[in-house]
Each structure stands twice: as C-alpha cells, then as structure tokens.
Design a protein around this ligand. Sequence first.
Ligand SMILES: C[S@@+](CC[C@H](N)C(=O)[O-])C[C@H]1O[C@@H](n2cnc3c(N)ncnc32)[C@H](O)[C@@H]1O
Length: 166
Amino acid sequence: MKPSAAIQRWLPLVPTGGAVLDVAAGSGRHARLFAEHGHPVVALDRDVTVLRTAPDPHIEVLAADLEADPWPVAGRTFAAVVVTNYLWRPLLPTLVASVQPGGVLLYETFAVGNERYGRPRNPDFLLRPGELLAAIRGELRLREYGHGAEGLPPAAVRQRICAIRP
Ligand SMILES: C[S@@+](CC[C@H](N)C(=O)[O-])C[C@H]1O[C@@H](n2cnc3c(N)ncnc32)[C@H](O)[C@@H]1O
C-alpha cells in the first residue's frame, strides 16, 4: 500500500533527521517512508509480523498493545508522531504530549460519515467533527485540518490534522 498523500505532503515539515514515531504502524508504509528520508523511526503495533519480515536498521520495531499495555515509549518525545487509520481515544493526550518542541503531529483516520460508505462503521473508530482540533487545543499550533469525503464517487470519510508544537 502506498503512503498516504497527506503524510507525503507533510513530510517536509518534520525537522531534518528528527526521530519519528509511527503509531499502529501496520505494514510500515509510513515508517519506511520516513526512514528513506533520513529519519530514525520507532514503529509501534501489536502485530509486528510484517514489520519484522524485512528489518530496517533505521526502524526500531516495538510490539505493544496500545489499548492495554503501558505506553511503550514513556518519557520520549519525537520530531513527528504519525498515526493513520487507527483510533483509540484515550491515547490522544499521550500522542500530543509525545511531540517535541518544533515537532509535528500528523494524524489521519476515518471519521463520522464513513459509515455511509463502508468500514469502519463503529463510532469508536470514527473521529467526531473537530475532535482532532480539540485534542491539540492549547498545546499545538494548527497547520492543516480537514474532515470530509474522499474520492469521486465518495468512498470514505476521513479527518486529518497537521499541527506543530511551538
Ligand atoms: C488499518 S491498520 C493501519 C496501519 C497503518 N497505520 C497504515 O495506515 O498503513 C491498523 C493497525 O492498528 C493496529 N492495532 C489495532 N489495535 C491495536 C492495539 N490495541 N495496539 C497496537 N496496535 C493496534 C493493527 O495491528 C493494524 O496494524
């Protein structure tokens, strides 16, 4: 699967050579993208099978259940925290707190309205309008935000945010 267009567009905003945290990294499409651009990457997922099939010296793979285990990178901050197609609401404050000064939060996932087109339909996995804006309020400076249908005809509804810690 190709990297998300939004993540590719935002990539130049990540401080040069800064460490990147890819949360719920899946097959590692974004972990690899950032590693290829000179960033050391920490890739978290509860299923690291695919991430470990092709080890990359620039990608540290950590297996963790983000909804049950202690936060696996406690005390560490990153030049970019990247989350795509994953939502566990209780983690939002931790993700924001993990962005270092000058660093960015890059978040894109399914949102309310997606249930018209396909999965996920469970509201637990769909961002509510303005939810990522609320998550960064008072902490990060907004660079870009959107919530809307994608594709013609529409095939999904996503919300995305790019926000910088001053
Ligand atoms: C739809 S995939 C998205 C993967 C990747 N972010 C991407 O966009 O290509 C969701 C990922 O979340 C991971 N995941 C789901 N629940 C998790 C949990 N409780 N702890 C850690 N990872 C989890 C899954 O293993 C899966 O890799």
